[in-house]
Ligand binder design. Structure first.
Ligand code: PLP
Length: 491
């Protein structure tokens, strides 16, 4: 075993990992990366098919991001945001606010607020360190805002079935993944869940399985939206209307790459707004151009100028949580964007103690902010936009070849993210028992073929870095196809 791998085995406890399995074999130990490629300590090369757990945008070792970090490093790496401002964080906040309020959105036919006013812009940025804390901040701000606005003394939150919003006790409370959350039930506060659209496994979808994305052939009457509406109604009758509706826009990631059919998000936001609820959009996975919506024409075209998933359906939330891709996947950095109204509710005389009592040591870190600025610049360049449009199409074309596998039940792509759901038989949609570790075994077989990703249960996630070439996209999908055939047919 490589000496560094030995040290890992001796001391490191890995996240979301059964360490008994981990300790059975030598880990892949990454030492370098370039573009979509990773290289391990033994000199083997791999394609980073999940962008290092959904964080990387433009590829590894990007010359412009490297240069931006080096430039910043030559000045200062970190000074505290508690009591001090700094250069790259100020600039990044300005750029984030500009990107989060694209021209035309205010006039878009999105859901109006309860008062009939247009959706207010996102003007304030609270920096933190990861997606979990970005959601924790949104949660605390919404809770306190709802109380101060006199809406509720005990604000209650509604989120989607299967939701994942992070791992701290607050963020876990917003989530609904039993496997992750059951152990900590005693620590959590109560939130409600509502049916999320999951066309492939929806009990209201009367369509028989086809060799296509289930959203495209579903037969239903939007029962999921009826359920949402009824949930809001019922809570209102209890005299404590929901303070906020929490959702991942366009696609739920850790829930299993579960995409929403076109129109769901806009309509859901309208229902929530009509009941006076705040909208908390978790764009930790979906943001920074990772997702895009099919164009109104029905073709799965990408609308690359929108960096955030909400905006594809004209929705401007009251809170938008950003992390993973914020620094281009380079450094831990997160942000919670919110409105002037929320910000103003925390203003007062010092001794009124209306201050938002929350903050982290590395908040608004200069290196992360410098990386974030460079990443945003690349994202907004015409070259990157063109590359993303191309890659989304390449990925779409390549994924079609998977329909020949009888163990592929659903292929769901939303821009530059795809979930491939493995089933025992596509004709029945019968799932594999989690104990069979179908997804894990397929990913292990992909790794042997030089392609790295992690499964979510029986769903294989593909989120290529935006610099991925057509040939690389083909290698990712080919490895998946061969792995599926190898694992299930002994082929
Ligand atoms: C990854 C993720 C989080 C948590 O982010 P961390 O940076 O891992 O804490 C929260 N919400 C969503 C939707 C995510 O994908």
């Amino acid at each position: 075993m490589h000496p560094l791998a030995k040290l890992d085995h001796r001391h490191i406890w890995h996240p979301f990992t059964q360490m008994r399995d981990w300790l059975k074999r030598e880990p892949i130990l990454i030492v370098e990366g370039k573009g979509a490629l990773l290289r391990d300590a033994r000199g083997r090369e791999y394609l980073d098919a999940n962008s290092s757990i959904w964080t990387n945008l433009h590829g590894h070792n990007h010359p412009r991001i490297n240069a931006a970090i080096r430039r910043q490093l030559g000045r200062i790496a970190h000074s505290s945001a508690l009591g001090l401002a700094n250069e790259p964080a100020s600039l990044l906040a300005e750029r984030l606010v500009a990107a989060a309020n694209p021209p035309g959105l205010a006039r878009a036919p999105g859901p109006a607020t309860a008062s009939g006013n247009p959706q207010p812009p996102l003007q304030k940025v609270f920096f933190s360190d990861d997606g979990t804390t970005a959601m924790e901040v949104a949660l605390k701000l919404a809770y306190e805002f709802a109380r101060r606005a006199g809406r509720s003394r005990q604000p209650r939150f509604l989120s989607l079935q299967g939701a994942y919003h992070g791992d701290t006790v607050g963020a876990v409370s917003l989530g609904h993944i039993d496997l992750f959350h059951k152990a900590y039930a005693g620590l959590l506060f109560k939130t409600d869940q509502v049916m999320a659209p999951y066309c492939y496994r929806c009990p209201f979808n009367r369509a028989r399985p086809e060799r296509a994305d289930a959203r495209d052939y579903r037969k239903c009457n939007w029962e999921c939206l009826d359920k949402l509406e009824r949930k809001f109604e019922a809570q209102k009758k209890r005299g404590n209307p929901y303070a906020a509706f929490v959702f991942e826009p366009l696609m739920q990631g850790a829930a299993g790459m579960i995409p929403q059919p076109v129109g769901w998000l806009g309509r859901a936001a309208e229902i929530a707004r009509a009941h006076g609820a705040l909208l908390i959009a978790d764009e930790v996975m979906t943001g920074f151009a990772r997702t895009a919506r099919p164009s109104p024409a029905g073709a799965h075209a990408i609308r690359p100028q929108s960096l955030f998933a909400c905006h594809h359906e004209g929705v401007q939330p009251d809170f938008m949580s950003l992390a993973k891709g914020l620094s281009g996947g380079y450094l831990p950095m997160a942000a919670t964007l919110t409105t002037r109204a929320v910000f103003d509710a925390f203003l007062g005389e010092y001794d009124e103690f209306k201050t938002f009592f929350h903050g982290h040591s590395f908040t608004a870190n200069q290196l992360g902010a410098a990386a974030g600025l460079a990443s945003l610049e690349i994202l907004q360049s015409t070259a990157s936009i063109a590359a993303r449009v191309r890659l989304a199409q390449d990925l779409r074309d390549e994924l079609q070849t998977l329909w020949e596998c009888p163990h592929v039940g659903d292929i769901r792509q939303v821009g530059l993210v795809a979930g491939i759901e493995l089933v025992r038989d596509w004709r029945t949609r019968e799932p594999f028992d989690l104990r069979e570790r179908a997804g894990i075994r397929v990913c292990e077989a992909m790794a042997k073929r030089g392609v790295l990703t992690r499964p979510i249960g029986n769903v294989i996630a593909l989120l290529p870095p935006y610099c991925t070439t057509r040939a690389q996209a083909r290698r990712m999908v080919t490895a998946l196809r061969e792995a599926v055939s190898c694992v299930f047919s002994g082929g």
